[in-house]
Design a protein around this ligand. Structure first.
Ligand code: GAL
Length: 727
């Protein structure tokens, strides 16, 4: 009796246990049906936001202080939600916020930050984290968690955390398009990485914001992203000239002598950058002038400004115990130091105030034009650890992902308060930074990698400079110089090499020629940035964003090869070595050792920039350019406004004759943007668009005119001469 009671009790316990486990099993969100369909709300034309789990409202865009440029967004054509809304699902589980976004079979993915290798990201796993560049596609100067689809939309995971993204990789058993398994025994086309029908991402957090940007084209989606972040950066005109960084520990006398050297050799120079040595102490920094090297900073700055050359100061944000601001910043800093310097918590207004006031008083008030903010990308071995604590309670992880955004925001305010535009450099960034006039740079020095990074910058709302530092030969020097002249910031960084533009004497003319070409293109380049600002169009556009571009031309059918290609897979060349610079210029840099290269020309007609001759269209051409020529092509009807090269942009006074080049056969229109080039008055309407038109006469000949002006600024571009390049 007792035994059977006991037996009954244990059976009951067993049943209860099984029931509970079943309930628990059922509660685990394993299947797609357990995930919640995200509820998207339209925030601006063509921009929708949803949250997985709970969001505390602290996002990349809130860190960046991004304010949507609604005017620009409103001008874009209306667009519906670009995805199957009911297929976007999310869940929170195991401390993670997880989201799944569907993918179509033929879709290609681009973006995920400032990548140095390739552009195609489908089939990649990305644990995105801020870092100085290391090989691989995860630890990046700007790990922007934004992707762009060839189907014409973009998605931002707006969570300032370390994020893991499986971009078209990983197959759920219940996914709507589960691939048919193949048998490796019998089928040579068995894939190790079966195609997946989703992008899945997760962060360790209670929630995550997801923002979807509509197209209809991929370029439109990026434009919406940039406009939603406030529009792109519009640097001052002088920032688009030539930059030269001195070697470390240069003295004020040496800097002034450098101006004479540039003048004597007839080389343009707009900005001089000072590297470590100008602070009384650096690594960590004091932000105070070194009395030995710069005995009279105000006098030095006066000389520089009188010569029309701006000064940019290098610094890292880690505060030396010898800095005057040390005691004030100490209670506002994190638990750990970097190179034994304090790490200010810039989420605190009080911390921003201490640093801003010191910078205003000792730098800006005597004429400093901007900063190069170094080491904000970090490196595990010298940055604050992941468990560091900050007085605001912000986690070390969030600090790492957003530190560069916080600094850009602080500096931007400093300059804005003076109604003075700045242009600077920064070694990290993240989502929301489109409006910040800072170009990212890297210690990495692979020329191809630099060009690829520049191409990828166009997918994620940041600027990048493939700065030139040194070279193994004169040929390499010229080829690198040519690339940097077709970039957002043209800079020779001689901090270690002490190189000058003329360092390779036998190619001095070739180097001067391309720098002067850069200077001549100022109206075109400035207009390119105005379009970034007002329309969100990135100044450097990856080719896949260009209508008529077909990268399938770069796919080579895979040949069966037991050693190299045992599954006869098609070989896709990931083309990242050519790009669009502005509206109509295609740039195809040459790398050292290359005598010729292939260029994929989109459909339509394309013309040689230098001669105006027809180059091809909708085809792959091979070019063999002379050493002084970087291959440049202009699309049919392309209009490029140029000036005579000057040695100092800020010394351009009086009327500036404008030469407007037209290429090809098509009648066309283009606008040239102008404003004072240095203040924010353009935001109050003090700008002008010169609306140009190349039309055909009754005799079918092209002629050009200014059709109208938009805006009230009185441009100094006059007279305007047309040059029809294609005879
Ligand atoms: C590096 C930086 C270089 C140069 C150098 C000076 O971190 O990337 O461009 O500024 O510091 O020490």
């Amino acid at each position: 009796m007792v035994a059977s009671l006991r037996q009954n009790r244990s059976t009951a316990v067993l049943i209860a246990f099984l029931l509970m486990t079943a309930v628990l099993w059922a509660a685990e969100p394993v299947g797609l049906a357990d995930m919640k369909v995200l509820e998207f709300v339209e925030k601006a034309p063509g921009v929708w936001l949803a949250t997985v789990g709970k969001s505390d409202g602290v996002t990349y865009l809130s860190y960046a202080g991004a304010e949507p440029r609604l005017g620009g967004l409103g001008k874009m054509s209306a667009a519906g939600f670009p995805l199957e809304a009911k297929e976007i699902v999310g869940v929170t589980s195991n401390n993670r916020a997880i989201v799944r976004i569907p993918l179509k079979d033929a879709e290609k993915l681009y973006g995920f930050g400032l990548q140095f290798a390739g552009i195609n990201r489908r089939g990649q796993v990305l644990h995105l984290r801020t870092d100085h560049y290391r090989r691989g596609n995860e630890r990046l100067h700007a790990p922007v968690p934004l992707y762009v689809s060839s189907n014409g939309y973009a998605v931002l995971f707006n969570s300032p955390k370390f994020i893991s993204v499986y971009a078209g990789i990983g197959n759920r058993w219940d996914s709507p398009n589960f691939p048919t398994p193949k048998d490796r025994n019998t089928d040579r086309s068995w894939p190790a990485q079966p195609r997946s029908d989703a992008v899945e991402a997760s962060v360790i957090a209670d929630g995550m914001e997801v923002i979807v940007f509509a197209g209809p084209t991929a370029l439109d989606a990026i434009r919406r992203y940039n406009l939603y972040c406030g529009g792109g950066a519009l640097p001052p005109k002088w920032g688009l000239g030539f930059w030269h960084r001195m070697r470390t520990h240069a003295t004020s006398d040496e800097v002034v002598r450098e101006l004479d050297e540039f003048e004597k050799r007839n080389f343009p120079l707009d900005v001089i950058g000072l590297e470590p040595g100008w602070h009384s102490k650096s690594y960590p920094c004091t932000y105070e002038w070194n009395p030995k090297l710069y005995p009279n900073p105000a006098e030095f700055m006066k000389t520089m400004n009188e010569n029309g050359v701006r000064v940019n100061l290098w610094e890292n944000p880690y505060v030396s115990p010898d800095a005057g601001i040390y005691e004030a910043i100490k209670p506002l800093s994190g638990s750990h130091t970097v190179w034994l310097g304090l790490v200010p918590d810039f989420t605190l207004e009080a911390a921003r105030k201490v640093v801003s006031e010191q910078h205003e008083k000792e730098h800006l008030s005597i004429g400093v034009s901007g900063y190069k903010i170094d080491e904000v990308d970090g490196y595990d071995f010298w940055l604050w650890p992941d468990h560091a604590l900050f007085p605001s309670g912000t986690s070390a992880e969030e600090m790492r992902q957003t530190y560069a955004l916080q600094i850009q925001k602080m500096l931007m305010k400093l300059f804005r308060d003076r109604n003075q535009r700045t242009y600077g450099q920064i070694r990290a960034s993240n989502a929301g930074a489109s409006a910040y006039p800072f170009a990212i740079y890297s210690d990495h020095y692979d020329h191809k990698g630099f060009v690829t990074a520049m191409v990828n910058s166009g997918f994620c709302g940041v600027l990048y400079t493939p700065e030139i530092r040194s070279a193994g030969s004169s040929e390499e020097w010229v080829r690198r110089m040519q690339s940097v002249c077709f970039s957002p910031l043209t800079q020779l960084n001689g901090w270690a090499s002490n190189t000058k533009p003329w360092s390779f004497a036998d190619v001095t003319n070739e180097v001067r020629e391309v720098i002067q070409l850069r200077m001549s293109l100022l109206p075109y380049i400035y207009t390119t940035f105005a379009k970034y600002r007002f329309e969100g169009t990135p100044p450097i556009r990856p080719m896949v964003l260009e209508a008529g571009y077909n990268d399938e031309q770069a796919v080579i059918a895979g040949k069966l090869d037991d050693a190299k290609n045992p599954y006869a897979m098609a070989i896709r060349k990931d083309v990242s070595d050519q790009f669009m610079f502005g509206e109509c210029l295609l740039v195809a840099p040459i790398f050292v050792g290359q005598k010729s290269r292939s260029v994929i020309l989109p459909t339509g007609k394309w013309y040689d920039f230098y001669t105006g001759e027809y180059a091809g269209g909708g085809e792959v051409i091979t070019v063999t350019p002379a050493l002084n020529r970087i291959p440049l092509y202009v699309k049919d009807g392309g209009i490029i406004a140029m000036i005579e090269p000057v040695n100092r942009i800020s010394k351009m006074t009086g009327d500036v004759p404008l030469t407007v080049r037209h290429y090809g056969e098509k009648a066309s229109r283009a606008a040239v943007y102008d404003d004072d080039g240095k203040t924010f008055d353009y935001e109050k309407g003090k700008y002008v668009w010169l609306n140009l038109e190349a039309a055909k006469n009754a005799d079918d000949k092209l002629h050009g005119s200014v059709k109208s002006l938009t805006g009230s600024y009185k441009s100094k571009y006059k007279p305007i001469n047309w040059e029809f390049m294609t005879k």
